[in-house]
Design a protein around this ligand. Sequence first.
Ligand SMILES: *Cc1c(COP(=O)(O)O)cnc(C)c1O
Length: 380
Amino acid sequence: MMKTDELPKIKRNVLLNPGPATTTDTVKYAQIVPDICPREDEFGDIMKQIGRDLVRVVHGEDAFTAVLFCGSGTINIDATVSSLVPAGKKILIVDNGAYSGRAVEVAQYYHMDYVDLKLDITKPADLGAIRAALEQDSDIAVVYCCHNETGTGVLNPIREIGALAHEYGDTMVVDTTSTYAMIPIDMERDNLDFVMSSAQKGIMAFTGLSYTIGRTSILEASRDYPTRSYYTNLYMQYSFIEKTGQMHFTPPVQTIYAARQGLKEYFAEGETAKWGRHQAVWQALVDGAEALGFELLIDKKYQSKLVVSLKNPNDTRFSFDQMHDLVYKKGYTIYPGKVSDLPTFRLCALGAITPEDIQKFYVVLKEALTQMDVQIPVQY
Ligand SMILES: *Cc1c(COP(=O)(O)O)cnc(C)c1O
């Protein structure tokens, strides 16, 4: 491969949306490889290494396997919800945001038996309510929740929820799409059986490769569970990867080369240092927002420290779209909120960005608000 510093620099945009995230040029250029058929051993070896590395990120070397899919992150929700519920059993979905709501929709689309435990979306899931739901219905076999509800930035107590699930003998599935390779996760310590993510989030590579990391013994047991989907059946994909080292259908070849580079850079930066950097970016996002008078939607103590949800000011001259367009022209991408009855917008701390990027962003944001004639500090 050519050295990246010999290649033309690519315009750097700072993405503050909830993924895809800003990538390094080394990850961008890792996609430029000679054409290769993914059925060659050379590519199979790369797949095997990536599978091992994905498991290593969550410290699951002894008892877990990575199952890879070609698709965006939602493919993991589809696969885990549809593949892990035994005949005659139910899935309990801890529902406190748009992403756990997506799991409810998957269960509906597959006509499955499920319990939708609707909870306050501005707070971490209530353990008492989860225990009551488990106590009430002995048909529940799988507990599902989202770690960081990316729509609000609320962090759920997965270790405690996992302990409850295991107390009732259930499988614990967590959507860690927006925390994996950012917040340190340890499968056994955190009482988890299945987690998931997608290459455009924590490992800072590209959309098109997603993975579920699951307890191998449960993957094996799921051979006998009802099949509800073909393309996203976990056991089918797992057993094919086990047998051949390959994904069942054509993998996203170039995206996988970029993911390999992203993982290399993840391990080079280190679990603790990377999480420290994301938190420093989050702190810079909060500090800058508060300096302009913005109000946070979620209490800081409930936040994942990866997403900041801000309330739109009560000012007739404020327009999210106009603000977006002004900062976008300067290389910064911001994102609308995902809370249906409250106008908010979001700034996220994902990707290859630093607190210095955020300080520069706020200079640009302040200019944009001034240009729009919005009063500063912003008013509510
Ligand atoms: C990004 C994300 C997903 C996946 O979304 P896609 O658009 O399908 O990639 C799933 N869950 C959470 C919590 C996410 O943040």
